[in-house]
Design a protein around this ligand. Sequence first.
Ligand code: XMP
Length: 515
Amino acid sequence: MKETAESVVVLDFGGQYNRLIARRVRENNVYSEVFPYTLSLEEIKKKNPAGIILTGGPNSVNEKDAPLCAKEIFELGIPVLGICYGAQAMAKILGGEVTHADVSEYGRTETEIVASSPLFDGVGGKTVCWMSHTDKIAQLPPGFTVTAKTANCPVAAMENGAKKLYATQFHPEVLHTDEGKTMLKNFVLNVCGAKGTWQTESFVQTSVESLREKIGGGKVLCALSGGVDSAVAAALLSRAVGKQLTCVFVDHGLMRKNEGEEVEAVFGAKGNFDLNFIRVNAAERFYSRLKGITDPEAKRKTIGEEFIRVFEEEAKKIGAVDFLVQGTIYPDVIESGLGKSAVIKSHHNVGGLPDYVDFKEIIEPLRLLFKDEVRAVGKALGLPGCLVNRQPFPGPGLGIRIIGEVTADKVKILQEADAIYREEIDNFGVAPELGQYFAALTNMRSVGVMGDGRTYDYAVALRAVKTDDFMTAECAALPWEMLHKTANRIVNEVKGINRVLYDCTGKPPATIEFE
Ligand code: XMP
C-alpha cells in the first residue's frame, strides 16, 4: 500500500495491547501502523506522522538495557502520547524519575482528572481507567504538569501542552477504560489535528493503483479457501488486474453445506468478478486419503498435504506465474513478530503454502488490515454477505469436526445438522454475540426410539462460544427455546442422528474445535 497522507505511528515496547492501539486510532479513520520501538528517527521523519504513540511493555525503565526510544522523538514537534510503559519511558528520557510503586495497580481504577487537558475533553472529573503497572512516575520531567491521579498513583496522567507531549499511566486503548475511546479520539483528531479521511474506499483505490504498478503485465495465482481473507484478496486482485489473475479453489469436500457452491457462484463464470476461476472437486480424493485415519493431527496433516498436492497439480497446468497471493492479515503480521520479515502462516486457512509452485514473489494485499476492515473492503468490492461475514472456519474443515474416521456419509450427516443449527442461530438473532458456533459429529452411537422402532444412531454435539481472541473462550448460554427447536429439527430432518448434545465447556480446559 502507498504511504497515506495522514497516519499515527505506534512504537511498540512489547505491550499486550499494542495492536488495539492501532485499531482504536483507525476507528477515527486515521491510518495507524505498529512498528518496533527501534524504528529509526529517519524512518519516523520519512513517514511524517500526525502523531506518535508509545505503547506499554513488560519492562521497567530502570532495568539495565531497558528498551527506550531516542530523545529526539520528543523534539520533532509531532504530538506524542505515552501509554503505561510508554509514559514512564517519556518521563525517564525527558529527565523525570520513575520508581517502583509501593502499591501496584491492576484493573479498573477510579481516576480523578485534576487539570483541564485537550486529552480529557468531554471526560468528567471522575472516571474509571484500566491500570496495569508496578512502577510509577515519581517525579515529573521539567515542563510537565499532572493532569490525572488515582488513590495510589499521583501521576496517572501528565502533559507538556506547549510541546504536545502527553502520557497516561492507564491504558486508554482497552474497553475497560470507560472514556478511553474519547481520549484517543481527542489525541488523534484534536491534539494531532488529523482530519480522519482514511476510509475503506481510499484503501481500495490506493491498493488497486499500487497493485497495478507492481504487477504490470505479470501473471498472478491465488488459492481460494472459501474463507473471508482469501476471498477479499482475490476480489481486490481481480479489481486491479482482472484476467491476469487465476484463482484455484480446491473443494476438499469438507466445507459446510453449500459453501463450495457459494464460492463458485461469486467467483465462477456466472459471478461478477473478472478472473480465471478453477474449481477442483477433489472430495473423493480427500475421503479416500482419510480412510482409516482417526488421529486428529494425522487428519490435519493428511488434509494439508493433499491440499497442496491438488493445488500444485493445477498450478503446473497453468505454468510459471509471477506472483502468488496470500490472504495474510495484520494480526498474523503482528503475531509473527514485528521487525522480522513476515513469516507465512503455518496454519493458513488452506493448510499451508505450496512449495513447488513456480512463482517469483508473494503478494499480501491485506497485510495491514484488521479482520473487520477486511470485511469492510470485501463489502466495498461487492462480495456478498455470505462470504464476507463468515466466521472463522478451520483449514481442515469438517475433517476435524467429525471425531474419528471421516467418511462421505458422515460429512453429509454433519453438513445437514450444522446447516439447521446455523439457520436457527440466525432465526433467533443470536449470531452477533458469538465468536464461533458449529455442530460436530461425535463418534458415539446410542440407542433411541423413533416411531415404534429402536434406532442406533449418532449423537451430534452443538457448540457456541464467546471469545475475543480465540485463545480463551466461554460457552455461550443460548436460549433454551432455540436449542430445543434445533434439537427437534435435527433428529427429525437428519437421517442418522437420534441425539443432540450441547457442549458447555469453556476453553481452557477444552478447545474450541473438538479435535
Ligand atoms: P482451538 O480448537 O484450538 O481453535 O481452540 C482456535 C481457533 O483456531 C481454529 N483452528 C484451526 N484453524 N486450521 C485452521 O486453519 C486448524 O487446523 C485449526 N484448528 C483450530 C478454530 O476453528 C478456532 O477458530
